[in-house]
Design a binder for this molecule. Structure first.
Ligand code: SF4
Length: 287
């Protein structure tokens, strides 16, 4: 008798994906192909100013927590924004300078509400979990420790005001909760969106059932991605597998210049056009 394992006996290779990748597939298969499969990828359009603001704020907050306890001051938080600042995407030097200051204000206001002794369990922490043959991973802005549970904290710098539904329905946040729990071996059900421009915190308390539902959904999307990836490797690069999905959002797509359907669906946006003009009673915001 032949005891050699056959291909059918071999364990199936894990498909690896981040929530960002899965959501890119849902949003637009052509953009997914440009982003994750074409190598080299097509050149992107110019950088977005709102991404510059978001990156500087995220980096400053992460670095603030990495400082020694005595250095975690409000003043230092402003300096950190400067450390990570760039003028990418802004109309001109004046606009960049104005937004540099807005970003500093936003971080200062947020940090002034933090307790520097309240050490997070993780900052920009990469976590992963496995569900239905899919290895799901992601990097979380902050993981807090509250009682026996861990809490997923995601910073938002966009101009859109957030609601409970944004936290409840977020596939990424639910996957992160499951991944935090598995990686750090503590329960994690609460997910929070910290909207820096408004100072609002939007939270949702998952239970095991709602997290499992999100994980099932992630596995379903991953199965589609895996099939599309295989097709791409076999030479299928056209619309049959990777159709465009034109919408008004195409104006924000980094690959719009390579996509006639997307270009027809939405006018090109100036790189600074997602910045909201300063208001008198709150800090201006970026996407
Ligand atoms: S421009 Fe629109 S349709 Fe084209 S790749 Fe980007 S998101 Fe997809």
């Amino acid at each position: 008798m032949n005891d050699q394992p056959t291909l059918r006996d071999m364990p199936k290779r894990l498909y690896r994906a981040t929530p960002t990748r899965l959501l890119a597939w849902l949003d637009c298969p052509r953009r997914y192909r440009f982003t994750y499969l074409d190598r080299p990828p097509p050149p992107k359009g110019p950088p977005w100013a709102h991404n510059t603001v978001g990156a500087a704020v995220h980096n400053a907050l992460a670095q603030w927590w990495r400082l020694p306890r005595e250095a975690r001051t409000v003043i230092r938080s402003r300096a950190l924004v400067t450390e990570y600042w760039s003028a990418d995407g802004f109309r001109d030097a004046d606009q960049a300078a104005q937004w540099h200051e807005h970003a500093q204000d936003m971080v200062e206001r947020y940090v002034s509400g933090l307790d520097p002794d309240d050490e997070p369990r993780g900052v920009e922490r990469t976590v992963s979990t496995i569900h239905e043959g899919v290895a799901l991973s992601g990097r979380i802005d902050r993981v807090d420790e509250r009682g026996a549970e861990l809490v997923v904290v995601d910073y938002k710098t966009g101009r859109h005001v957030l609601g409970i539904d944004d936290a409840r329905s977020s596939l990424a946040l639910a996957v992160y909760a499951a991944a935090v729990s598995r990686t750090l071996r503590r329960p994690a059900h609460r997910v929070e969106l910290h909207h820096l421009p408004s100072g609002e915190v939007v939270a949702w308390e998952h239970d095991d059932h709602t997290i499992a539902r999100h994980l099932d959904r992630a596995a379903e999307i991953a199965a589609e991605c895996e099939e599309a990836d295989d097709a791409f490797r076999a030479g299928a690069t056209g619309d049959e597998w990777f159709p465009p999905r034109p919408s008004p959002l195409c104006g924000w797509c980094d690959y719009r210049q390579h996509c006639p359907e997307g270009a027809a669906a939405s006018p090109a946006r100036a790189p600074w056009s997602a910045l909201t003009p300063p208001a008198t009673n709150h800090t201006p915001t970026s996407e």
